[in-house]
Design a protein around this ligand. Sequence first.
Ligand SMILES: CC(C)(COP(=O)(O)OP(=O)(O)OC[C@H]1O[C@@H](n2cnc3c(N)ncnc32)[C@H](O)[C@@H]1OP(=O)(O)O)[C@@H](O)C(=O)NCCC(=O)NCCS
Length: 165
Amino acid sequence: METKKQSESETYVERMVLPEDMDIYEYLYGGRLMEWIDNCASIVATKHCRKRTVTGSIDSLFFLLPIHLGDMVILHGYINYTTKSTMEIEIDVIKEEGLTGIRRYATKAYLTYVAIDSDGRPTEIPQIVPETDEEKRRYQDAEKRAEERRKRLESIKQQLASMVP
Ligand SMILES: CC(C)(COP(=O)(O)OP(=O)(O)OC[C@H]1O[C@@H](n2cnc3c(N)ncnc32)[C@H](O)[C@@H]1OP(=O)(O)O)[C@@H](O)C(=O)NCCC(=O)NCCS
């Protein structure tokens, strides 16, 4: 079984909030931040497995702070957990005020990425081996979330299978 360290795919992305990123109330548009989160997670997933990957799910997202024009958004992404073909990727989002440099956490997201082969079927990926105490703690927490997510996925699949659009 191929293994990889979490540090091999850890990623930082920084964005400056520009006029085209704003909503009509002059806050950073939530959809734009979701795009940046997904993009950062996609980089982590690709660095980890060097295979095609797709977003399977994004856990609930809470936007805690308004982000304004000229602020910086720092996205810190890393893998918490792997299964045969999936990765739980955490993205911590930090707002840095452009004019003061003050930093605060704006949100965090857990995404599940699935590696796929050229036919779009799930395929095997390297497994992570947590090394530090922090990595081990994250791994154990993520394992519990993955179990819950699997149950939710099954439940939503059943629910939608019985519905006609
Ligand atoms: C994700 C996808 C490849 C899964 O294919 P599938 O045949 O249903 O996969 P399987 O049932 O064999 O599941 C394989 C693993 O993926 C997990 N998984 C499957 N779909 C998932 C989803 N939507 N979210 C999270 N995990 C998912 C399963 O729990 C399983 O994990 P496990 O090995 O830890 O038990 C397929 O549903 C797909 O292509 N979805 C669309 C993805 C997409 O378009 N994303 C947005 C654009 S990038």
